[in-house]
Design a protein around this ligand. Sequence first.
Ligand SMILES: NC(=O)c1ccc[n+]([C@@H]2O[C@H](COP(=O)([O-])OP(=O)(O)OC[C@H]3O[C@@H](n4cnc5c(N)ncnc54)[C@H](OP(=O)(O)O)[C@@H]3O)[C@@H](O)[C@H]2O)c1
Length: 338
Amino acid sequence: MTLPGSSRFTLAPDLAICRILNGMWQVSGAHGAIDPGRAVEAMFAYHDAGFTTWDLADHYGPAEDFIAAFRRRFAAERGEARLAEIQAFTKWVPPPGPMTRRLVDEAVGVSLRRMGTDRLDLLQFHWWDYADNRYLDALKHLADLRDAGRILHVALTNFDTARLQVIAEHGIRIVSNQVQYSLVDRRPDTRMAAWCRDHDVTLLAYGTLLGGLLSERWLGRPEPGRADLPTASLRKYKQMIDTWGGWALFQELLAALKRVAGKHGASLANVGTRYILDRPAVAGVIIGARLGVAEHIADNAGTFDLALDPEYFAALDPIFARSRDLMTAIGDCGDEYR
Ligand SMILES: NC(=O)c1ccc[n+]([C@@H]2O[C@H](COP(=O)([O-])OP(=O)(O)OC[C@H]3O[C@@H](n4cnc5c(N)ncnc54)[C@H](OP(=O)(O)O)[C@@H]3O)[C@@H](O)[C@H]2O)c1
């Protein structure tokens, strides 16, 4: 299988990605046991299908180590030169405190060593507390490390629109912000997406498949209890659905989406992913991969063959009208972490 050219996106002139990124939170241990050998083996199947871009973090268990193991085997079997085909985006999520040059240097050094590379493709920075504006210190040091060639591009995760503006006013160049974005959590539509479009910043979306709840597997099913939800991801997004409008309304949404999917011969996951890929400023959707346990490579490839007619979505408006406004209930993107 090879993906069409439309699967690629130029995140920066020197950084092209697959618009469906492989999410590695699912190897952290919170989504069932992962066998390292099978996980690294599975990474080849994603890559060879065209899913060449990985999203991970310093705190996703062995994710950074899996990237190193994958790169090592890839280079041995296919040659060092072809390592350029792989994009691996990590995150740095420091505990609050002083953001000295030395601390930032060391954190980046740890990721470089763990991932077995001398330059990070993308470093996505997270910050817990806006009352502490030392996030600006950290970002300035990260920008210096980028200029020194240790990071190709600096990015953010879970920053709100107000802070994106502050960062831009400080002249710090970032390429993307990673946020929750789905047919249930449409908060980026309110402010974030327009700001990003106007300031040449892209969005990387997560939670688009609601941990798998947005799929045929859950259509028509009674409301699950916590014990019926085996992964941290399913539990996280079930809570989001509860805040949004509850299980019965979610079932109405799934049924309406199924009608759209049926017209196109597509899956629910395809429709949910395509919808977000088509939103302004969105560069890509991250879909979690339980490497070596479960895979949806062929189905997710189908997203790139799907062109959605916006008029189908008019049927969703009455459902959205009965859901809660998550901007009011939670706040802007990322506020659920603060
Ligand atoms: N920045 C942040 O704060 C943050 C937060 C959360 C996630 N993330 C990133 O986003 C990634 C995605 O994680 P997520 O928690 O948001 O999960 P998600 O992508 O919404 O859901 C992943 C799950 O969806 C199911 N799935 C995938 N493709 C499918 C298909 N075609 N049909 C049916 N089911 C399908 C799989 O379930 P099965 O494995 O059960 O088959 C998979 O484990 C993470 O790995 C991480 O990289 C970032």
